[in-house]
Design a protein around this ligand. Structure first.
Ligand code: ADE
Length: 249
């Protein structure tokens, strides 16, 4: 069976994924720890993506070239951009764009030179399967995150959104930058720092790709990098529950 690549953006999430693997073995490539194991009997390779587009692209390339993964699923957190995309919601990418790609006037803004496009789609079948798994988890998150986290983070009826995710090498943490992104990419639901790069690598290799992101902040003046508690208590639990639900079906 071809292994499934699971990329996590944060240590806390990878740690939660590794707890679900009974038999993981560490292999080091390119200074990264890749964890080979099984989840619900399916071969997986779990790895920390590292932060930013280049680091994530290297990680994805190693997953494909060295570990022969047949598909890649990315889980992590993101800042909410779309109206109604609130902290604790989940965004399933149907396509991704690099919001900081700008080779104009040689190429239109956001277009990746020589690809003739700015957006990279995720795999429809893989994304549909993750959508079903995510919906099941979001119907009642209490068994996964507990009532304390629901109260602490004000998680009210978390929703699944599907559409465009924007990626770039910036942690967006000012309302001004958030507004400017909302203006240049009005359909973008969320912003993060890796997804579009991994989508491009997967397109190059013809490897199906999907991305699920839990909203940790609204990418505005209130967004700050110290969200490890949210990741531990909420995002990593969502990710593990959704991936587990998907892998067992
Ligand atoms: N990941 C989580 N929140 C983010 C933000 N506001 N900007 C970029 N990446 C993020």
């Amino acid at each position: 069976m071809t292994p499934i690549g699971i990329m996590s953006a944060m240590h806390e999430e990878l740690a939660a994924v590794l707890q679900a693997l009974p038999d993981e073995q560490r292999v080091q490539v390119a200074g990264r720890d890749f964890w080979q194991g099984h989840w619900h009997g399916r071969p997986v390779v779990a790895v920390l993506s590292r932060i930013g587009k280049v680091a994530a692209a290297t990680t994805a390339t190693a997953l494909i070239e060295r570990f022969g993964v047949g598909q890649i699923v990315f889980t992590g957190v993101a800042g909410g951009l779309g109206s109604g995309v609130k902290v604790g919601d989940v965004v399933l990418a149907r396509s991704l764009v690099q919001h900081d790609m700008d080779a104009s006037p040689l190429f239109p803004r956001h277009e990746v030179p020589l690809y003739g496009r700015s957006r990279f789609d995720t795999d429809p079948g893989l994304s549909d399967a993750l959508q079903r798994a995510s919906q099941e988890v979001l119907v009642d998150v209490a068994p996964h995150v507990g009532f304390e986290a629901i109260a602490e983070f004000g998680l009210q009826s978390p929703r699944l959104h599907e559409g465009l995710i924007a990626s770039g090498d910036r942690f967006v943490s000012t309302t001004a930058e958030c507004r400017s992104l909302q203006q240049t990419l009005p359909e973008a639901l969320a912003v993060e720092m890796e997804g579009a790069a991994v989508a491009q690598v997967c397109a190059d290799y013809g490897v199906p790709f999907a991305a699920l992101r839990t909203i940790s902040d609204r990418a505005d003046d209130d967004a700050h990098a110290d969200f490890s508690r949210f990741i531990r208590q909420v995002a990593s639990r969502y990710s593990v529950a959704m991936l587990s639900q998907w892998l067992k079906t």
